[in-house]
Design a binder for this molecule. Structure first.
Ligand code: 5RP
Length: 223
């Protein structure tokens, strides 16, 4: 199976996991990216079995609506049983790097509200130590240089993601060459830099369940 087949397999596994647990009142949190897109396409077959979704990006909202799935503002939703999303890296503790698609802030907000965060990823995303994938940081535009200098002090190489604006109107700085031995500590330190909206480490709120696509089938890993 190629990487896209593995992404489809984990997307199907996530649908198989949540479908029997949905009620007509359920609202599902949906992530962003190619794996999440497969999930949306497969979830669409069940669209009459639940109320709707909360989207972690404009692109995801559009795809959900194209399938006839109603998209709700998170502020109007009291309960979110599941959040399903991909990742750029995961370690053994289901701590993640996310934000390759620049949607990290909304992804983190929806994950914070959801009772169960199901991460869907192919096996290329599994690492021993986070940080080979450049860590995205969402930054208020006027703080770009300041945040870059502070990242250097923390030992990283900041690279401005040219031409990218987030759905929130902000910039992305990717941190290269940082081996992340303590993800929770770095997540906190980065978020304390003035001008940072948030960063792509999901350590304080890791995934609860990882559905990992491998050549031997989908593995279910829990914390
Ligand atoms: C978007 C993300 C994605 O979940 C992450 O980039 C993985 O993407 P894909 O499923 O396309 O490999 O965090 O901001």
């Amino acid at each position: 199976m190629n990487q896209d087949d593995l992404k489809k397999a984990v997307a199907q596994a996530a649908v198989d996991y949540i479908a029997p647990r949905l009620t007509r009142h359920s609202i599902v949190g949906v992530g962003t990216g190619s794996t999440a897109n497969h999930f949306i396409d497969l979830l669409a077959k069940h669209r009459d079995d639940f109320q709707g979704a909360v989207a972690s990006s404009e692109a995801t909202a559009q795809r959900l609506q194209q399938h006839g799935i109603e998209v709700f503002d998170l502020n109007s939703v009291a309960d979110l049983e599941f959040y399903v999303d991909g990742a750029d890296e995961t370690n053994a503790y289901l701590e993640l790097i996310k934000g390759g698609g620049a949607a990290l802030t909304r992804e983190k907000i929806v994950a914070a509200v959801a009772k169960t965060f199901i991460c869907i990823a192919d096996e290329s995303k599994q690492v021993d130590v986070l940080g080979a994938f450049p860590l995205p940081v969402e930054v208020i535009p006027m703080a770009r240089s300041h945040v870059g200098r502070e990242i250097v002090k923390l030992g990283g190489d900041p690279v401005y993601r040219d031409g990218v604006r987030t759905d929130n109107g902000n910039l992305i700085i990717d941190i290269h060459n940082m081996s992340i031995s303590n993800p929770a500590e770095l997540e906190t330190k980065l978020n304390q830099i003035v001008g940072v909206v948030t960063n792509g480490l999901f350590a304080h709120r890791p995934a609860d369940i990882l559905l990992l696509g491998t050549q031997d089938g989908v593995k279910t890993i829990t914390r």
